[in-house]
Design a protein around this ligand. Structure first.
Ligand code: MRU
Length: 365
């Protein structure tokens, strides 16, 4: 996507894999700042502190961390150590583990001298594949929006939670990819953007939408149910961090409540995600998906602009107050109307039909 008219991606290779460039997303929406990372540990920390974030993007970032690590040391022991450290940074989004394991499996079978060129090639391929996958998700998702417009003949109101836009991937995004492509096709639409406390990823979504001129309105996280009761929402479209084989969906905390309200009001609830978000090894999401618990200060301290327009942190909850900060929740498949993937849209129970090889690979172990 473009930032100030310049085509921009969220991650890029510098000097043929000697370093990696990122956008420091903790500075957005107040400041657009790029950063160069020279060492795999810097990439690991950027994932943990959410300078880079979003399930697909942290997977790709971890692959570039492996490039920098293998440049320094291509031994088996070191690669396995780096693998474990990377996977531990963000436990819920399965894309991270998928991407790291995909690369480690391929590289470890090679002689040590061949590992660096192989991991660099793979990193470039996977980065580009992410873009194409998201574009395909958007094309299928845009059809869903087009169908609503064909019935309604008035701007389509979409509600989204968190940020499943280009910032959460290499480019285009997942849920927002559908919105971008529908908008490109001339379908009139408007997006209700959940603020998404505590990390305010909704503000990233608003920043993205403003960048391309898509009408949108930020709402408090608790407003969605009210809007659905008053028929102000035609569809909910969210991203995902892990989807089980039967279609249970882990996504940013608060998603489940939106799905409950959508069910009550017969509002279609879609989840847009690449197949790398599907964890074929599990069925029941509520019991099998590890939910990341993040630091309490994410809840206690908010970031904003002071009167002079300088970014600053403000404490809104005292240090002594107990807080709990689960970063994700699980929406059961029964509340999901459809899953929008790079291969098309299907009801959760038909995921295995859409990706028979995924289910088969898991059965083989
Ligand atoms: O900001 P994060 O990395 O904690 O959140 C992950 C996400 O971006 C969302 O849950 C998103 O909806 C799925 S990733 C496209």
């Amino acid at each position: 996507m473009k930032v100030n008219g310049i085509p921009t991606r969220t991650i890029w290779s510098i000097e043929h894999g000697q370093a990696v460039g990122i956008i420091d997303q903790t500075k957005l929406p107040f400041e657009f700042k790029k950063e160069r990372l020279d060492d795999w540990r810097q990439v690991r920390d950027a994932i943990a502190t959410m300078k880079v974030r979003g399930a697909p993007l942290i997977g790709i970032a971890a692959v570039w961390a492996l490039v920098l690590a293998i440049r320094d040391n291509a031994s088996d022991d070191f690669i396995h150590e780096v693998r474990s450290e990377l996977i531990a940074t963000r436990p819920t989004a399965v894309n991270l583990q998928w991407a790291v394991d995909h690369v480690v499996k391929r590289v470890i079978s090679l002689p040590q001298k061949d590992r660096l060129p192989a991991v660099y090639k793979l990193a470039k391929e996977m980065t580009q594949a992410d873009v194409l996958t998201n574009r395909a998700i958007g094309t299928h998702g845009a059809r869903v929006i087009a169908e609503i417009y064909a019935r309604k003949r008035e701007p389509v109101n979409i509600l989204t939670h968190c940020n499943a836009g280009w910032l959460a991937t290499v480019d285009y995004g997942t849920a927002l990819s559908a919105v971008y492509i529908a908008f490109e096709q001339g379908i009139p639409l408007h997006v209700w953007v959940d603020e998404t406390r505590p990390r305010e990823q909704g503000l990233l979504t608003a920043w993205e939408l403003a960048g391309v001129g898509i009408p949108h309105t930020v709402i408090a996280d608790n407003a969605g149910g009210h809007l659905m009761q008053h028929r102000e929402v035609d569809a909910v479209i969210v991203g995902a961090d892990r989807i089980t084989a039967i279609g249970d969906v882990a996504n940013k905390v608060g998603t489940y409540l939106k799905a409950l309200a959508a069910k009550d009001m017969d509002v279609p609830f879609y989840v847009a995600a690449p197949s790398s978000t599907i964890d074929w090894s599990i069925q029941d999401g509520k019991h099998s998906i590890k939910i990341e618990n993040r630091a309490g200060d994410e809840l206690r301290i908010v970031r904003g602009l002071d009167k002079k327009g300088h970014a600053c942190d403000v404490r809104i909850i005292s240090e002594q107050t107990n807080v709990e900060n689960p970063a994700f929740d699980v929406t059961p498949a029964k509340l999901v109307t459809g899953i929008i993937t790079e291969r098309g849209v299907c009801a959760p129970e038909f995921l295995t039909r859409l990706f028979p090889e995924g289910a088969r690979a898991h059965a083989r172990g």
